[in-house]
Write a protein that binds this ligand. Structure first.
Ligand SMILES: Cc1cc2nc3c(=O)[nH]c(=O)nc-3n(C[C@H](O)[C@H](O)[C@H](O)COP(=O)(O)OP(=O)(O)OC[C@H]3O[C@@H](n4cnc5c(N)ncnc54)[C@H](O)[C@@H]3O)c2cc1C
Length: 492
């Protein structure tokens, strides 16, 4: 309460982090308004409906389900009353240019058989890599995943640091993979994980080995009805607790008086008063809202990957393929060289196919399939993605699928393409960079913008662009940390 009235919070952005934070703050009695510039809530976690096909246009897989459950529990709810989480096992199939194809993320004995077949020495390497990931997880859990940036280490953190094999943890991600695996197939597979945070394995720190560990330890999950059901559930719970959701409501200004947030201004001239303001859009856009130069402060060379996405609806089944498939390129270092150094779409891209109708047939008309096909793209939305460039990239993507034995998709009933320019425009992402800043090097990976502004009182940040970083569970953790900071600093 402030002066006998409820504290007013305005959240700039209705992405996953904004929605989770709105729910948490409303449950603690704050009057919360979410302002979303686009016409739909959800941000990158979104949905497109076309001719009976339902596409999740962002995340296709979640891990750490306990983090989602924790959010519901924090407001007195049970996740399973609102959402049905479905384990996907095996998690994915990997297809290589020489025709090698195997499943990953199923029963452990099957995986050991695969490892033995590929390279017997890698059985031991795999278990050592899991142990390394487990130690990194213990350290992350007791430090940056649990607490605001800069909080001093507690006893659990110091104990986790003492157990860390720093020889492997301190260095480069791809080198750590190379120290554990001999099979080129497994090296490429494990080198893919830094792309989960929009980064190159050849530039990222070895600490990102925590990502494959999370998938191994907590599995990969689909949400029945599509991942957008998460957005619908959070919105319904927020509305029931009095959150005001406003779409087509772009914040163009954060009003500050005497060093403290006083409110926001919307495009069109409307003013909203606020005691607390939270930026859920990329933090690099906040200085412009505070009166600085227009645009983002995230330099092009610091941006994470963008994507080239095809949303395809087929009026037939695709037999013999599962929910998630990855078709690897011939030359992974060259692919990342194109993406980050040459800043161009790779000649031979690695292609990810998500076909959720394999687990959840209701996402398409009976007997049909919904496909989300994605290749990494440089985060330069400003570059020409004209019809010719997009058609050329499409041919490169579909050639990789054909080479991997995937059926032709030329008879698609629906096909939509989203380029980095579409991502930039739809979600106000600088350059279309999906995860804000990339995680190249320790400083960028673990020292993202903090959740509380250092200069303006009452101004906070939440979501993938701020601490602790992107990916859906981490975004929910960000919302928890931000809500704890707000409750500590603003409501006492
Ligand atoms: C193609 C794709 C695939 C992905 N795959 C996965 C996956 O498989 N698993 C996974 O865990 N994660 C995945 N992610 C990442 C995940 O979607 C994001 O990390 C997460 O959804 C980001 O949430 P956020 O809270 O940071 O907000 P965002 O989704 O970035 O939303 C921020 C919102 O703020 C709004 N906004 C910005 N500025 C303003 C303003 N001035 N006024 C009003 N509104 C504003 C934007 O319009 C946007 O809606 C994927 C993302 C994409 C795009």
């Amino acid at each position: 309460m402030r002066g006998g009235r409820r504290q007013r919070a305005v959240i700039i952005g209705g992405g996953l982090g904004g929605l989770a934070l709105a729910l948490r703050l409303a449950a603690r009695g704050m009057a919360v308004t979410v302002c979303e510039r686009s016409g739909r809530l959800g941000g990158k976690m979104n949905r497109l409906e076309r001719d009976g096909f339902s596409f999740d246009t962002g995340p296709s897989l979640i891990t750490m389900p306990h983090v989602f459950e924790g959010l519901f529990a924090s407001v007195g709810e049970t996740l399973s009353d609102h959402l049905e989480l479905m384990p996907v096992r095996p998690l994915a199939e990997y297809v290589y240019p020489d025709g090698t194809r195997f499943a990953h993320g199923g029963a452990l004995p099957d995986w050991i058989d695969t490892l033995r077949r590929l390279e017997p020495r890698d059985v031991d390497g795999f278990f050592r890599y899991v142990r390394l990931g487990a130690r990194m997880f213990a350290l992350s859990e007791s430090t940056f995943l649990r607490r605001p940036l800069g909080a001093p280490p507690d006893r659990a953190a110091l104990a986790a640091m003492a157990r860390m094999p720093w020889r492997h943890a301190w260095g480069n991600y791809a080198r750590a993979v190379g120290a554990h695996f001999k099979s080129p197939y497994l090296v490429q597979l494990y080198n893919r994980y830094p792309t989960y945070v929009g980064s190159s394995p050849y530039e990222a720190p070895a600490m990102l080995a925590v990502i494959p560990y999370l998938e191994y330890a907590f599995g990969g999950w689909h949400v029945s009805g599509g991942l957008y059901r998460i957005v619908e559930a959070l919105t319904a719970l927020g509305a029931a607790r009095g959150v005001t959701f406003r779409t087509d409501a772009e914040v163009t200004r954060i009003r500050v008086a005497n060093g403290r947030v006083a409110g926001v201004g919307l495009a069109g001239g409307e003013e909203l008063d606020a005691d607390v303001c939270v930026m859920n859009g990329d933090p690099s856009m906040a200085p412009a809202l505070l009166g600085g130069a227009a645009g983002s402060t995230l330099r092009p060379r610091d941006r994470s990957l963008s994507g080239l996405v095809f949303l395809v609806g087929l009026n037939r089944r695709v037999e013999g393929w599962g929910h998630h498939t990855v078709f690897f390129s011939e030359d992974y270092p060259r692919e990342f060289g194109s993406l980050f150094r040459e800043r161009r779409f790779p000649e031979d891209p690695t292609v990810y196919v998500n076909m959720p109708t394999r687990s959840d047939p209701r996402l398409a008309p009976p007997g049909c399939e919904t496909l989300f096909i994605m290749a990494n793209a440089p985060p330069d939305a400003e570059e020409a993605w004209d019809a010719a460039a997009t058609a050329k990239a499409r041919e490169q993507v579909f050639a990789r699928l054909r080479a991997g034995g995937f059926p032709d998709l030329d008879d698609a009933a629906v096909e939509e393409v989203w380029t980095p320019g579409d991502f930039a425009e739809r979600y106000a992402m600088p350059g279309g960079a999906i995860y804000g800043a990339h995680s190249h090097g320790w400083r960028r990976a673990f020292f993202r913008p903090p959740n509380k502004d250092r200069r303006v009182e009452g101004l906070y940040y939440t979501g993938g662009g701020s601490h602790p970083g992107g990916g859906t569970p981490t975004v929910l953790i960000s919302a928890r940390i931000t809500s704890e900071l707000i409750l500590r600093h603003e409501t006492s």
